[in-house]
Design a protein around this ligand. Sequence first.
Ligand SMILES: Cc1cc2nc3c(=O)[nH]c(=O)nc-3n(C[C@H](O)[C@H](O)[C@H](O)COP(=O)(O)OP(=O)(O)OC[C@H]3O[C@@H](n4cnc5c(N)ncnc54)[C@H](O)[C@@H]3O)c2cc1C
Length: 216
Amino acid sequence: MSEETGAPSERTTLKRGANRAVYASDDVKAVLDAGYVAHVGVSTAQGIIVLPMAYGRTEDTLYLHGSAANAMLRAGSDTDICVTVTLVDGLVVARSAFHNSMNYRSVVVRGHARKVTEDVEILDALKIITDHVADNWDSRREATDKELKATLVIALPLTEASAKIRDGGPVDDEADLGGPEWAGVIPLTESWGEPIPIDDLVEGTPVPQPLLDLQD
Ligand SMILES: Cc1cc2nc3c(=O)[nH]c(=O)nc-3n(C[C@H](O)[C@H](O)[C@H](O)COP(=O)(O)OP(=O)(O)OC[C@H]3O[C@@H](n4cnc5c(N)ncnc54)[C@H](O)[C@@H]3O)c2cc1C
């Protein structure tokens, strides 16, 4: 860890926009908890690929899962990968287009991914990912052995991670202040809608409370 910046490694140290760097593990985790989609970058025999995926985390590990046939996850087991999570909070409109920006929270995690092989950890990881995304593992039937065999889980340590956070208004050049252009922030908010039951749902089946709570 760098004593000067608090960054966990040289390669995760923000150089540009360093004032927006956050290395505290609680801040990194808060961004991960607020996001749903990770972009996972892996170098494969066919070239580099970055794919969107769901994820979940414990205190020290980030988990990804997919089909046992998943080409990217297979390539990303026992190798270095990079995972990013990005939340866009608003459009920052400056007087000059040069200073236009976005408000955002993003995390980059780099490290060596391992294939999870122990059944207990696989089940824990699947619950963690499921609950992070939809909070409904406990209200579903148990996974079958066949389903577990068809699933690949990989784990990435959360030790080498950085967050970058921008908020607030535009920062224009002094010469442009008082100019005729509109400047400010357009916030971007996301919200879940009303649950839509599937046509063949057994009548009277209630929506699990955690899914209703998503709308809060
Ligand atoms: C919001 C979101 C969440 C997802 N969560 C998961 C998850 O948790 N687990 C999981 O396994 N998959 C998830 N997916 C799907 C994932 O992005 C991949 O499509 C899938 O994992 C198959 O990967 P593969 O390497 O086996 O693909 P292959 O079918 O082998 O890929 C072949 C080629 O298809 C193209 N391709 C593959 N995926 C995509 C894509 N998503 N968009 C555009 N082109 C693509 C690429 O060019 C790739 O080289 C998610 C997708 C989205 C959008």
